[in-house]
Write a protein that binds this ligand. Structure first.
Ligand code: ADP
Length: 497
């Protein structure tokens, strides 16, 4: 009887492998960083072969660490950095171009052209997304243009496109399976989230040949079998999902109205909207959470570009702190920020403002402003940005959050979590294990292969959940939040570039 599920968590800066047991407990993990390539300013690329190598080493590493053999693994689940685009040669399995990473702005000109053709409303209606270099389709176009002969080869069916889930699946199955699933497909800008199929009109607009595309399958269920060469025995791959959707699932936000926020470098808030796919009027995107057995769950998503990285800036940029965790005691050492706000628009503002020209701003300084005030204002800014997105969810879907589930590195900060509860007026639920992303993929795989019959069997899932109840008065909450709104206005449309 196999005892574990192996979760492969392929992130933007590292590839991780985590073993979960039948109780849902994290048994062991391993992690390898891999290089980021910046050939030109604003470009971010990965070598897909380095991704695969680092992922395979992590998988082998975690089995060695835990002294577990492949025969003890019931299934593999994959979760991945989303949107990042790989095009490879079907015959050799070699990428024909560096993988273009979600963060990369190298396709901004292609996006301008699509907008100039008046496609914005059509793209939103079909895909739930906005025309932005963030999503995969313009990255595919870029690669087919950049590599001589690629367009013709793609049309002849000699090339394959995949997001990182498809790429890893192809590698694990030694080219046996070219597939993706609904959550990843819904981030490509060529997938119709209502018809749940590749969108012919958008494929035509972008001249992306159908023969390039993976088959789109259920999020949970057997995709194929990892070759015995990789880990020592054949193992089924039984679940895949994009990282944020995986976290939503891992956090147990499977009912409409349930939401999670991941506090990492940036923040990603996803709110389950059930079978409805509301079109955002406020700057969120609509995405597929997962599709299982003909049941499709949608989510509204708000992406905040700078959250934990503002704390890194305090540490590495201006040297106000030595360690990220120092922020908690410093923030608590003062009663408030003394009227100081930090708007961390270091790379412009994401949801709901989408202002590329906004820049960071520190305002409300007086002769009495101290280091502690600035540190506190930095943490508070993370919470205010989250509230901005929650307000949009409310307007787009009519959903009033009853609670917000949290995960990610900065969710360890108790001050931040309490302030978040206060500024939202909504209780925060923090699980003991903040590895929701990897856990979600394990869950999808374990359910997909019958390792678990249903979620209630997983005793460790909600163990040690900590609740942060709002304590602030409504008056104070609204007056602080109004101040944030005024500060944001002053940060906008600042840069000329
Ligand atoms: P990612 O997966 O995006 O790399 P993580 O989930 O690992 O991010 O979280 C790391 C981020 O959280 C970093 O930006 C770091 O500055 C921030 N962070 C980590 N611990 C704390 C803390 N105790 N308080 C505030 N921020 C923190």
């Amino acid at each position: 009887m196999s005892r574990f599920i192996l979760s492969l968590d392929q992130g933007t800066t590292s590839s991780r492998a985590i073993l979960f047991d039948h109780d849902g407990k994290l048994v062991a993990s391993d992690q390898n960083e891999f290089p980021q390539h910046f050939r030109q300013p604003g470009w971010v690329e990965h070598d897909a072969v380095e991704i695969w190598d680092s992922q395979l080493r992590a998988a082998r590493g975690v089995l060695a660490t835990a002294d577990v053999s492949a025969g003890d693994i019931a299934a593999i689940g994959i979760t991945n950095q989303r949107e990042t685009t790989v095009v490879w040669d079907r015959a050799t399995g070699r990428p024909i171009h560096p993988a273009i990473v979600w963060q990369s702005r190298q396709t901004a000109a292609i996006c301008d052209e699509l907008r100039a053709r008046g496609l914005e409303a059509e793209v939103r209606r079909r895909t739930g997304l906005v025309i932005d270099a963030y999503f995969s389709a313009t990255k595919i176009r870029f690669i087919l243009d950049a590599v001589p002969g690629a367009q013709a080869r793609a049309e002849r069916g000699e090339l394959a496109f995949g997001t990182i889930d498809s790429w890893l699946l192809w590698q694990l199955t030694r080219g046996g399976v070219h597939a993706t699933e609904y959550s990843n497909a819904s981030r490509t800008l060529i997938f119709n989230i209502h018809e749940r199929s590749w969108d012919e009109r958008l494929l035509g607009e972008l001249r992306i040949p159908r023969a390039l595309l993976p088959e789109v399958r259920d999020t949970s269920g057997v995709f194929g079998v990892a070759d015995a060469e990789w880990l020592g025995a054949e193992i089924p791959i039984a679940g895949m999902a994009g990282d944020q959707q995986s976290a939503l699932f891992g956090q147990g936000c499977t009912e409409p109205g349930r939401a999670k926020n991941t506090y990492g470098t940036g923040c990603f808030l996803l709110s389950n909207t059930g079978h409805d796919a509301p079109e955002s009027q406020t700057g969120l995107v609509t995405t597929i959470g997962w599709g299982i057995d003909g049941d499709f769950v949608y989510a509204l998503e708000g992406s905040i570009f700078v959250a934990g990285s503002a704390v890194q800036w305090l540490r590495d940029g201006i040297g106000l702190i030595e360690h990220a965790k120092d922020t908690e005691a410093l923030a608590r050492s003062v009663d408030d920020t003394g009227g100081v706000y930090l708007v961390p628009a270091f790379v412009g503002l994401g949801a709901p403002y989408w202002d590329e020209r906004a820049r960071g701003l520190l305002i409300g300084l007086t002769r009495g402003t101290s280091r502690a005030h600035i540190v506190r204002a930095t943490l508070e800014a993370i919470a205010y940005q989250t509230r901005d997105v929650v307000e949009c969810v409310r307007r787009d879907s009519g959903i009033e959050l009853a609670t917000l589930r949290v995960d990610g590195g900065a969710a360890e900060n108790d001050f931040l979590m309490q302030f978040q509860a206060d500024v939202l007026g909504v209780p925060i639920e923090r699980p003991a294990v903040l590895e929701a992303t990897a856990f979600g993929a394990a869950l999808l795989a374990g359910l997909g292969i019958g390792f678990w019959g249903d979620r209630s069997e997983i005793v460790a899932a909600d163990a040690g959940l900590r609740l942060f109840e709002p304590q602030m008065s409504a008056d104070r909450r609204e007056s602080l939040y109004a101040g944030w709104g005024r500060a944001v206005e002053r940060s906008r449309e600042w840069s000329d570039g």
